[in-house]
Design a protein around this ligand. Sequence first.
Ligand SMILES: [Mg+2]
Length: 253
Amino acid sequence: MRVQAVLLDIGGVLLDGDEPLPGARDALERLRAANLPFLLLTNTTRAARAALWARLDAAGLTVRQDQLLTPSVLAQAWLAREQHRPMLLVHPGLRADFATVDEAQPNAVVVGDAGDGFSYAALNAAFRLLMRGAPLLSLSGSRYFREGGELFMDAGPFVRLLEAAAGCEAVQMGKPGATFFHHAVECLGVPLASVRMIGDDVESDVRGAHEAGLQATLVQTGKYHAGDERRLPAGACMALNVLEAVERIVAGD
Ligand SMILES: [Mg+2]
C-alpha cells in the first residue's frame, strides 16, 4: 500500500546524542515537501518530552511539540484512567513528564531507563509492590541503545527482570508494544497499513511496527549491526540512513 504517513525513531535515526545524524535534516525537509505527515516516536526515557524537543530543535530538527510522541504521555493517560499512583523507577531527567502525578502510597510501578537508579533497593521496592498486585508499566521494551559510539542497556532487561521476579507481565507503553504504534496512527488519521516506521532497532522499531500492522524500514545507522537484516519480517525494507529511507518512500517504493 502507498505510504501516506511516516513514523521516525529518534536515537540512532535522527540524533546521535545531541548531534544530528547525516541526512536527518534533509529527510524531514523531504517529508514536508512531499506533504507526508510524520511523527517522531521514541523509547528514549532519559529526557522529558520538552527537553527532547529542545534537543531536536538545537540540532536543527525542528518539529511541532505535538509531533513528538513519548511513552510517558501514554503512561500518564493510563495512570489517570485507571486511577493508579505510580512508583517511578525512571531517570531523573524524565521526572518532569510526571510532575503532576501523585506518588504517595503507590499502587503501580512505572519503569523507564533509570540508569544508575536501578539499584537493588529500588528494584526490590518495585518487586514488593508487584507482589502485592500492583501493575507494571514499561516505558521501553528496548534491550539497548547506542550513543557516542558506546552501548547502553535500556529499560527492557530491567522490566524483564521484574517480570521474572514477580511472575507478572508488564503493560507496554513504548515500542515494541502495539498500543504505542496504534496511538501514533490514530493521531495521524490514515489507514494503519499505509504508515511506515523508520528505525534502527530491528526488534522495537521494525518487528514491533510489523506486528502492529504497519510497514517498516530498518536503517543501517545507530545500533544497527551486520546481520540484523536476517531478523527482518517479510516485506520490511532496508536503507543506508534516514534520508535514503525517506527518498524511497517519496519515490513510491
Ligand atoms: Mg533508536
